[in-house]
Write a protein that binds this ligand. Structure first.
Ligand SMILES: Nc1ncnc2c1ncn2[C@@H]1O[C@H](COP(=O)(O)OP(=O)(O)OP(=O)(O)O)[C@@H](O)[C@H]1O
Ligand SMILES: N[C@@H](CCO)C(=O)O
Length: 332
């Protein structure tokens, strides 16, 4: 990646964003529950005289388009179009850390990054046209539309634990319960990838009533487990709505989850997979590492990360377009 140009009068201003990885579903909370994790993509953008330049480090570098169809640029354009403007030429720099198609919310992070950067780049709002501004709620609605489901974009935008539910008059609402301080998630980041779109195609149009009832019970228990009593998280993470239908498409994840759960550890498919998330408390986190050290978990093909829950959603600042630097506190 080229170094940003520095002019005699100081460095050029870039709008710089960082957005957390997210794990959706958390077992029974299909298309509703999501958790922000302390693993971030960073992007920086500045307007140019015309055209698009995209530079990428990290996952997706050799796979994603480098023109206006890049997901971050599509989201930026959408933010501009929403207020009747056209995105100018931009230079976009991406430092990707979230694997693509891994089940850790890469597309949601890209969409939220693009919307936040788009809002930052928009001309100063005209006080005579207050509807031509974008609130966080507007960005959430746009993100849901672009992603197609809300459970990753909510924690990517707002941080922490988010539960999405249909609003009475249409659209989606978000609530953000406070997570129990003992939670210490572990992510088994899969080297393999899968397309969420294809993985959604494996799901049936209808499910047995008994399965829906079991998931409703587990999802209720999951709120208790995540906020007040982590000891219930093993039964609270049982799912019958999506994991059984996807199991055969990700055999290594399915075996790993079965072994972890047999050891009493609350493991789930992260998002649409194939990564795996374990909603550990402190002693369970140690137990996972003991089992790994003893070679008693089938973890080949996975990178194991202790990932703190990130209380902060996407953050934007103006700077010199270099990666890193100090951001507001994230881990909690
Ligand atoms: N940083 C990014 N820049 C550009 N495109 C991206 C970026 N991140 C994701 N994408 C696009 O999104 C696709 C992955 O999205 P997909 O929804 O299939 O998986 P995911 O978001 O990683 O997993 P999940 O939705 O299960 O959490 C990539 O193949 C790429 O096309
Ligand atoms: N709820 C979504 C999350 C992945 O983006 C799914 O499981 O398809």
């Amino acid at each position: 990646m080229t170094e940003p140009q520095v002019h005699a009068g100081g460095s050029e201003t870039w709008w710089h964003v960082r957005v957390p990885a997210t794990s959706a579903n958390l077992g029974p909370g299909f298309d509703s529950f999501g958790l922000a994790l302390d693993l971030h993509d960073e992007m920086a953008v500045r307007p140019t005289a015309g055209g698009f330049v995209v530079e990428i480090d990290g996952p997706g570098r050799d796979a994603v388009p480098l023109d206006e169809s890049h997901l971050v640029l599509r989201a930026m354009s959408r933010a501009f179009a929403t207020v009747g403007q056209t995105l100018p030429g931009v230079h976009l720099r991406c430092w990707n850390r979230i694997p693509h198609g891994g089940g850790l919310g890469s597309s949601a992070a890209a969409i939220v990054a693009g919307l936040l950067l788009g809002r930052a780049l928009l001309p100063t709002p005209d006080p005579a046209q207050p509807d031509r501004t974008l609130s966080d709620a507007d960005l959430f609605d746009l993100a849901c539309e672009l992603e197609g489901h809300p459970d990753n974009v909510a924690p990517a935008l707002f941080g922490g634990l988010t539960l999405c539910h249909p609003a009475p008059n249409g659209g989606t609402r978000v609530v953000s319960p406070v997570v129990h301080p003992d939670l210490r998630p572990i992510a088994f980041e899969a080297a393999a990838s899968s397309s969420t779109k294809q993985s959604r195609g494996l799901l049936p149009a209808t499910v047995p009533h008994a399965d829906a009832a079991a998931n409703a019970a587990a999802a209720g228990l999951l709120v208790l487990g995540l906020t007040q009593d982590p000891s219930v998280l093993l039964p609270a993470t049982a799912d019958r709505l999506h994991q059984p239908y996807r199991a055969a498409s990700m055999p290594a994840s399915t075996t790993l989850i079965a072994d972890l759960r047999a050891a009493g550890l609350p493991a789930v498919v992260s998002g649409a997979g194939p990564s795996v998330l374990v909603l550990c408390d402190q002693s369970q986190q140690q137990e996972v590492h003991r089992l790994l050290d003893a070679g008693q978990l089938p973890a080949d093909g996975f990178t194991v990360r202790d990932v703190a829950i990130c209380r902060t959603g996407g953050q934007v600042r103006a700077d010199d377009g270099r990666p890193g630097g100090v951001w507001a506190e994230c881990a909690g």
